[in-house]
Design a protein around this ligand. Structure first.
Ligand code: FDA
Length: 459
């Protein structure tokens, strides 16, 4: 077993851990980043699949994400806009096909009125929520005791309005059924993007992509850190100083141990309890990590010889709360003349299709795409399903959220350091929650907290 000494050991080479490591080195501290996988990036992964460049994980950048945009600029990375010219498609109940422009779906006027009213009410509530402290809202506890689905039922009897508004947070963001998370958790999701209206606006939330892929962010950060990033190094055990003696922390992998003054656990919160702690973490942390779980979504990539939908005047943007693929977009890669559609199959629908064989699942998913785009959608030249649910070091997608009541009860302690152990991840962010922007934001804040903690010691 090799042994090294560093100021800070960082567990996890995702966007958050690598940002923290970068900031710490800028402050003159020494770091070691221990990464379980054979690559950096975590939930950012740009890969070549059968000749097509695909974003298997995160990809979109929205204009409010100034932490991510700042990092892209610093790294010299360029962005391009998602293709969005033309008309969008909405499938109503029983497959009723309608086209639309703008954000509001082409539903019956009474349903439209309900949707607009719900958006206004949600925007008003979201404006009262501080995404960094949603538990401080005066009604936080009540809002955390009611599921988002039930809350919507208290607001309107219109099922199609409820399904559509529910879809924006449930299927499209937290990737859990709307009965499985609270209204407070839904409000945090919207507050983290600035407003509920922003989440509803695909042109805002899914605005830009990065030339060469978003994984370049972690790749370039890791390149600068050089030998301080250790791949294939899952941390199994963390020994830490619970008595405050100043003895720090030791992170132990299968063949390396790093002794440091501080540790940053930059892993999804659901994975924190997969590490053994000596001594055990305090009871509060042992409890709170059990009240978070990952959402679950399949990101489906279908590449075609041409972006055929554009010839028919379609933008590629398509929605339906009744379809297996509840949302889909033109996701053609910069510089590739072929056309790519990306679609999403979320939570219980994802459970259902994972009971099928791969061939049957593919057929069901392509059939759903064909309901939007016609029979040409049945024959992609490249087809790929991002399945993060089977990834040992992620275990779901997009990110983690609290179960009912968990956010008000435990949220305030999620990032509270325990002795020399700090926590950093997009799933713990306020602004940018569940997004790369949040990962970077929290990474910077965690590094700053450690630098500040070291200052009195004369560094
Ligand atoms: P992340 O999970 O990336 O990193 C944690 C790292 O810790 C991993 O590399 C893991 O291997 C490692 N690790 C875990 N346990 C360990 C152990 N014991 N020892 C050592 N290492 C360990 N966001 C966005 O902004 N725009 C988007 O379009 C999307 N879309 C999207 C699609 C899909 C399919 C996914 C899965 C995710 C997104 N996201 C997204 C979310 C975004 O990708 C995500 O929020 C961030 O990349 C998370 O970065 P973190 O560094 O916080 O965690």
């Amino acid at each position: 077993m090799n042994s090294i000494e560093r100021d800070v050991v960082i567990v996890g080479a995702g966007a958050s851990g690598l940002t923290a490591a970068t900031e710490l080195t800028k402050a003159g501290l020494s770091v070691a980043v221990l990464e379980a996988r054979d690559r950096v990036g975590g939930r950012l992964w740009t890969d070549d699949i059968d000749g097509a460049t695909l974003e298997i994980g995160g990809q979109w950048v929205s204009p409010d994400q100034d932490a991510l945009i700042g990092t892209l600029e610093e790294l010299g990375l360029e962005t391009y806009s998602r293709y969005r010219e033309g008309i969008n498609i909405y499938l109503g109940e029983n497959g009723a096909r309608r086209t639309f422009e703008g954000e509001i779906f082409p539903v019956a006027p009474a349903t439209e009125q309900e949707i607009v009213g719900l958006i206004e009410r949600l925007d008003a509530l979201v404006a009262e929520i501080d995404p960094d402290r949603p538990w401080e809202h005066p009604q936080a506890k009540e809002l955390d005791e009611i599921s988002f689905r039930r809350w919507l039922e208290t607001q309107t009897d219109d099922e199609e309005a409820r399904l559509n508004i529910g879809m924006f947070i449930a299927g499209a963001m937290l990737t859990k059924p709307a009965h499985a998370f609270s209204a407070l958790q839904a409000l945090l999701m919207a507050a983290s993007a600035g407003s509920f209206s922003n989440l509803v606006d695909a042109d805002f939330i899914l605005d830009k992509r990065v030339k060469g892929g978003l994984q370049q962010v972690p790749l370039l950060l890791a390149e600068r850190l050089g030998d301080d990033v250790h791949l294939n190094s899952p941390v199994r055990t963390l020994r830490w100083d619970a008595e405050g003696t100043g003895s720090g922390v030791t992170a132990i992998t299968d063949d390396l141990q790093v002794h440091a003054r501080f540790a940053i656990l930059a892993v999804p919160p659901v994975l924190i309890s997969r590490i053994s702690y000596e001594p055990p973490l305090p009871r509060r942390q042992q409890q709170l990590h059990q009240h978070l779980s990952m959402g679950f979504v399949i990101k489906v990539h279908a590449v075609y010889e041409t972006p055929f939908w554009r010839d028919h005047g379609y933008s590629g943007t398509a929605f339906s709360p009744y379809e297996l693929v509840h949302e889909a977009y033109d996701n053609s890669y910069h510089g590739d003349p072929r056309g790519t559609l990306v679609g999403f199959v979320s939570d219980e629908s994802a459970d259902d299709v994972f009971r099928l064989s791969p061939e049957e699942r593919k057929a069901r998913i392509l059939e759903s795409l064909s309901h939007y785009y016609g029979v040409q959608a049945l024959s992609p030249v490249v087809y790929y399903e991002s399945d993060w649910g089977s990834e040992e070091w992620t275990r779901g997608a997009y990110a983690a959220s609290f179960d009912m009541g968990g956010l008000a009860r435990y949220g305030a302690d999620l990032r509270t350091p325990v002795g020399p152990i700090h926590f950093s991840c997009s799933d713990m962010a306020g602004k940018g929650y569940q997004h790369v922007d949040g990962a970077i934001r929290v990474g910077r804040e965690t590094a700053a907290a450690i630098v500040a903690a070291l200052q009195p010691a004369g560094r």
